[in-house]
Ligand binder design. Structure first.
Ligand SMILES: *Cc1c(COP(=O)(O)O)cnc(C)c1O
Length: 360
């Protein structure tokens, strides 16, 4: 059986380093906001070519704290892709702001910059882009729109650690919000997240918000949260970060095999030299997606669908989102299939998937 993901196998080669890191923590006796978080923040800031990195509890909180730190007027509108994972939209709702869903480009699955411009109203305060599947959005165009219209720009980088557009990393155009959920390219062994920025006062606000709105212990400046990255996860993340390049390269190699080997019946991700993709997910589209998934399972290959239900069709969004049609998003949700592309998969695993798929 070829798993879609196997987190034990994907982490196995780091076990010794994880154990060492755990022992260091145990002996230190300091479990919250200590040296491990400080060190990881510095390392991740350097990795992402950002001046500041602030560790937080998870990716959803990273998005929420970015919106909070911007002090946006309640009821104002935030532009967000219609085909994102629900967390992006939840962050907007949790801050009493209004998500305005904008359709993606069917070729890249990322938000269409031309449709962003059409969606801007006098109430728009921010654009929240999502670099879906590990491909950067068209950030030069989107950055220019945000500048011209004086809108805040937040990047949901939960799937895009290390991805680039025209040589520039995701999370460096606007405020970067990262998740370190175990399955992400840089995943820890529990929950974790971070915000990246070059703006010192924004960084200070996030740092306060994650820790009860306090800079100095027992003195509270703003109404904050408890959303800290913990020492244990930060230690594991420092271990993993040293290997992230290797993990990314492995995924890129597997993606290359799929790209070259899969027959053209399958709609494959577009390759464009302006982009460095990190393949959090490798998806294909096919009009008989469900049949294909079933066929692969019969041949002992597990796949996933990201995502089966578009946000505007989720029960939780009934009466919350403005009723509108999102045909491109629906088309993607109905036809997309994610293939095995983890650090735990070998090139032979992928060759086997290709062989079986090409007989479909
Ligand atoms: C995983 C993910 C999140 C949420 O991250 P958590 O750490 O699980 O809170 C947000 N947005 C996208 C696009 C994601 O893939």
């Amino acid at each position: 059986m070829i798993d879609y993901e196997n987190l034990r196998k994907a982490n196995e080669s780091f076990f010794d380093e994880y154990r060492k890191s755990f022992n260091v923590l145990l002996n230190s006796g300091w479990f919250i906001l200590g040296n491990a978080v400080k060190n990881f923040e510095q390392e991740f800031a350097a990795f992402n070519a950002s001046k500041y990195c602030i560790g937080v509890a998870n990716g959803l909180d990273a998005l929420i704290l970015c919106l909070r730190a911007l002090n946006l007027e309640k009821g104002s509108e935030v532009i967000v892709p219609s085909n994102t994972y629900i967390a992006t939209i939840l962050s907007i709702l949790q801050c009493d702001l209004i998500p305005v869903l904008v359709e993606p480009d069917i070729r890249t699955y990322n938000i269409d910059p031309r449709k962003i411009e059409e969606a801007i109203t006098p109430k728009t305060c921010a654009i929240m882009v999502v670099h879906l599947y590990g491909k950067s959005c068209e950030m030069d165009t989107i950055f220019a729109i945000a500048q011209k219209q004086n809108l805040s720009l937040i990047e949901d980088c939960a799937q895009s650690h290390g991805a680039k557009h025209k040589g520039k990393l995701t999370g460096t155009f606007g405020y970067g919000a990262f998740s370190f959920y175990p399955t992400k390219n840089l995943g820890c062994l529990g929950d974790g997240g971070a915000v990246t920025t070059d703006d010192e006062s924004f960084a200070n606000k996030i740092r306060m918000l994650r820790n009860y709105g306090s800079e100095k212990k027992y003195y509270n400046e703003v109404v904050g949260y408890n959303s800290r990255l913990d020492e244990l996860q930060a230690g594991f993340l420092s271990v993993k970060l040293k290997h992230l390049h290797e993990i990314t390269q492995h995924k890129q190699k597997l993606a290359q095999l799929y790209h070259a080997g899969l027959k053209s019946d399958f709609i494959k991700p577009v390759a464009d030299s302006d982009y460095v993709d990190v393949f959090h997910i490798y998806n294909v589209r096919h009009r008989k997606r469900d049949e294909l998934k079933e066929y692969l399972l019969k041949n002992e290959i597990k796949t996933e669908v990201h995502y089966p239900v578009p946000p505007h069709k989720q029960k939780a969004m009934a009466g919350v989102l403005m009723k509108q049609q999102y045909p491109i998003s629906e088309e993607i949700h109905a036809t997309t299939l994610s293939l095995p592309i983890s650090y735990c998969h070998s090139e032979n695993d992928v060759r086997r998937v290709i062989e079986v798929m090409n007989k479909f």
